[in-house]
Ligand binder design. Sequence first.
Ligand code: NAD
Ligand code: AHE
Ligand code: ZN
Length: 370
Amino acid sequence: MKTRAAVAFEAKKPLEIVELDLEGPKAGEVLVEIMATGICHTDAYTLDGHDSEGIFPSVLGHEGAGIVREVGAGVTSVKPGDHVIPLYTPECRQCKSCLSGKTNLCTAIRATQGKGLMPDGTTRFSYKGEPIYHYMGCSTFSNFTVLPEIAVAKIREDAPFQTSCYIGCGVTTGVGAVVNTAKVQVGDNVVVFGLGGIGLNVIQGAKLAGANMIVGIDINEAREEWGRKFGMTHFLNTSGMSREEIVAKIVELTDGGADYSFDCTGNTEVMRTALECCHRGWGTSVVIGVAEAGKEIATRPFQLVTGRNWRGTAFGGARGRTDVPKIVDWYMDGKIQIDPMITHVLDLEEINKGFDLMHAGESIRSVVVY
Ligand code: NAD
Ligand code: AHE
Ligand code: ZN
């Protein structure tokens, strides 16, 4: 079949809207009509050539929602007509990682996914007879895409696509980092670095968990108003401040340091600050941001010797097929907000504008509706 898609032919070049050829689902796969997709900073990071796994030409996009249109042989958990959210972190429920109960990082198809291929080692997309690669196992910047069955979460049919697509990455990542990874408790002091599409969801997760102080940090002054909408209690604009100054300010404000801090910037200097602003003896810093290829994190080992903990999270520690439908319920029941964070709704033809708005700090989430 044919599908309209925004293709990343080369790094650092705008996406091009073209008609691709798409092969139907093979055994264990499903064809999904994507109805809406968010644009996450990770898409921009890959398009800008910062991803060590970046492959071109490819169809980016990993934050979608849509409808199953066809299923391949042996597919039992979804059927045509089901509403689904694609999962860049699948859940096979059979691999060592899934069975461990200790992680959401299913390994069943990670090797081929990282090479832009389906589990059988081939791609379903092509253009003028040449292969076009998949991205994060999702490729939601195409109106139709093929996904492994283990990489779709079935969701309720009354959830609007335009907003629930955000649960495919940003919402689940931010809220999940708080409730699944950090396990923030009532009364904890939380510090969030970077109040964009992820950081604001960390803030609403911290509010949900009953945190005491929720300190938001950004270098964009306009983000103070955004943070306060979702439960931030204090704001610090750190532009022009040194690491030592930021740490001292947070330690003073929180009477000793953060119980939990979260990096939602992808900047390795910020990750260090986030670790060092944690409370001596127990504070934990969670890395969410994705750093450019080649970047490394550093701190004095003494920071760890004296009881601070450094850890990270992917997709908010969520087990996709199990947890995503529950997060959709939280949204539909009004437990978490999504609508105000969708600042821009675009047609596929306008997708590059979504990247420009993100880089200019003018959007929280842009969503493309097909
Ligand atoms: P975004 O562009 O919407 O937000 C980033 C925010 O960080 C902006 O508000 C920006 O002003 C702020 N910022 C930038 N530099 C800063 C600094 N030095 N100090 C303080 N604030 C600063 O991006 P997003 O979509 O929210 O994504 C955030 C990060 O999370 C990206 O690195 C993205 O790749 C990553 N991410 C990771 C996961 C995961 O599973 N681990 C999932 C989604 C996104
Ligand atoms: N490919 C990069 C790493 C990118 C990365 O860390 N991705 C996150 C999700 S970001 C969503 O917006 C993730 O899930 N990581 C776990 C995984 O298995 O990819 C690189 O550095 O090579
Ligand atoms: Zn993302």
